[in-house]
Ligand binder design. Structure first.
Ligand SMILES: *Cc1c(COP(=O)(O)O)cnc(C)c1O
Length: 469
């Protein structure tokens, strides 16, 4: 990293009068910009030569960590397998230059692709129709819940305004329900980490006629397969509610079982997680919503046009390149990899729910609590060894959650390397706890004070150009 040499901000590298590029002479005459919209002073722009600019941004980009640079075991919101062929297809000019306002007869190929993708998703999920308008998983949840709300209203069932959400649910579930104007009823997890049926029955008995839906994730956010979906669906349907499935991470289910067959009525899929598309920092995403026959009439208007087409292209390419037979391996391989890591580390990391997991699992920090080394410290120390940290302090069921998801496509050597480093950190925690507590040591920026950053964020930069010159 040449940050010291090249400066952190391009403004710090500026030298008055330096140029990287000169524009050709203006042969078109001057256009007079109205005085009231002209700036009074020149814009403060950095003045740099070309190589300085190129090196500055190249060095910055080298500080980025992604699936192309290293192992990324982030649970739940995983960056899964992003085959390069998908990027190739999505960047074909014929797709890239499409415009949403083009005459319909010139985009029939694109429309056909959406229909073919819809067919594939229906086959994989057991549902009847999909809308592709939502731009993310959370947007899909909102769309799905609005569909459910519209359905109840169309029947004059106006009092159904409560949604049951398990305490292990992804935070977007209760948030989407609240945005939709619905009230959240939390159902507890049992000691095995699954929905507590006794608590659920109590809620259904108390609130039956007010229940609009129950939202579930399966495998749930602890990476555990909810075994009682048919009973749960029966309970909810009997009281007049609908079953919502959060299919953000559908990969462990692909080709193995289908939400539609389990009794779910409405679901969303995160195409950007389950069916590739590199994402992060807020996008790009696609959260298509699928429904049982008849419910499609109740889809709300949530966005114009057809959603995020380039994400659909990648999803369809991913599905076609795997094919009906290969897609069945995604779930078992993701499950095998997660269990391999879990079993290899459970003697040094606390495993609160010791069963076979699905595509991800949760440790509750280091087993030896006497060292004072926390999950945060372990996550920071992993950065020193060149790994992205797992998801930490989520789910909220444990104090020191460390949630690991290796995904299906990582080799045994990669997993062994990660296991060795996790064991080494456990060893360090015992012998030299300060080393772990003060990590990271090898990254461009050391341990940041995240409380201070959250309480007193500094979002502006004091220009020091003149002092530098
Ligand atoms: C990622 C995720 C979401 C939200 O998806 P976004 O595209 O980030 O809005 C919802 N539920 C689960 C289980 C997730 O993992």
């Amino acid at each position: 990293m040449n940050n010291q040499l090249y400066g952190n901000l391009i403004f710090e590298l500026s030298k008055e009068g330096r140029k990287g590029y000169s524009l050709p002479r203006n042969n078109f005459g001057a256009y007079k910009i109205p005085d009231e919209i002209r700036r009074k002073e020149d814009a403060q722009l950095p003045e740099c030569d070309e190589l300085t600019v190129v090196r500055h941004y190249t060095n910055l980009s080298n500080n980025n960590f992604g699936v192309d640079t290293g192992f990324y075991p982030l649970g739940s919101c995983t960056m899964k397998y992003n085959p390069k062929i998908n990027e190739e297809i999505a960047s074909l000019p014929a797709f890239q230059h499409l415009h949403p306002l083009q005459p319909e007869k010139t985009v029939l190929g694109a429309k056909a692709l959406i229909i073919m993708l819809e067919k594939a998703l229906c086959t994989l999920t057991g549902l009847a129709h999909f809308t592709f308008k939502p731009y993310a998983g959370a947007h899909g949840e909102l769309t799905g819940l609005m569909t459910i709300d519209n359905y109840h209203r169309s029947r004059g069932d106006l009092q159904r305004k409560k949604v049951i959400v398990p305490d292990s649910a992804h935070g977007t579930n209760p948030a989407s329900a609240a945005v939709c104007g619905l009230e959240i009823l939390e159902v507890k997890s049992d000691p095995q980490g699954l929905v507590d049926l006794v608590d659920l029955e109590r809620l259904v008995n108390q609130e039956g006629p007010n229940i609009a839906a129950m939202m579930m994730t399966n495998p749930n956010t602890l990476g555990l397969f909810e075994e009682h979906i048919p009973e749960i669906a029966k309970l909810i349907h009997a009281c007049g509610g609908l079953m919502y499935y959060d299919g953000a991470n559908l990969n462990p289910m692909l080709g193995a079982c289908r939400p539609g067959d389990m009794g779910f009525d409405v679901m969303h899929i995160n195409l950007h997680k389950t069916f590739s598309t590199p994402h992060g920092g807020g996008g790009p995403g696609a959260g298509p919503v699928g429904v049982r026959e008849g419910l499609q009439e109740h889809f709300p208007f949530v966005s114009p046009y057809q959603g995020n087409f380039a994400v659909m292209l990648r999803a369809y390419t991913y599905i076609l390149s795997l094919g009906r037979d290969q897609v069945k391996y995604v779930g078992p391989l993701a499950t095998l990899n997660a269990n391999y890591i879990k079993e290899s580390l459970k003697d040094v990391y606390e495993l609160p729910i010791d069963t076979t997991c699905c595509h991800e699992f949760v440790f509750d920090g280091l087993k030896d609590k006497s060292t004072g080394v926390t999950t945060m410290d372990v996550a920071k120390r992993l950065l020193d060894y060149g790994y992205h940290a797992p998801t930490i302090y989520f789910p909220l069921l444990f104090h020191e959650s460390l949630m690991i998801e290796p995904t299906e496509n990582e080799s045994k050597e990669t997993l062994d390397g990660f296991i060795a480093v996790m064991r080494k950190i456990a060893e360090e925690a015992k012998n030299d706890p300060e080393l772990v507590k003060s990590a990271p040591h090898n990254t461009p920026i050391g341990r940041v004070d995240d409380v201070l950053a959250a309480k007193h964020p500094i979002t502006t930069y004091k220009q020091m150009i003149n002092d530098n010159n």
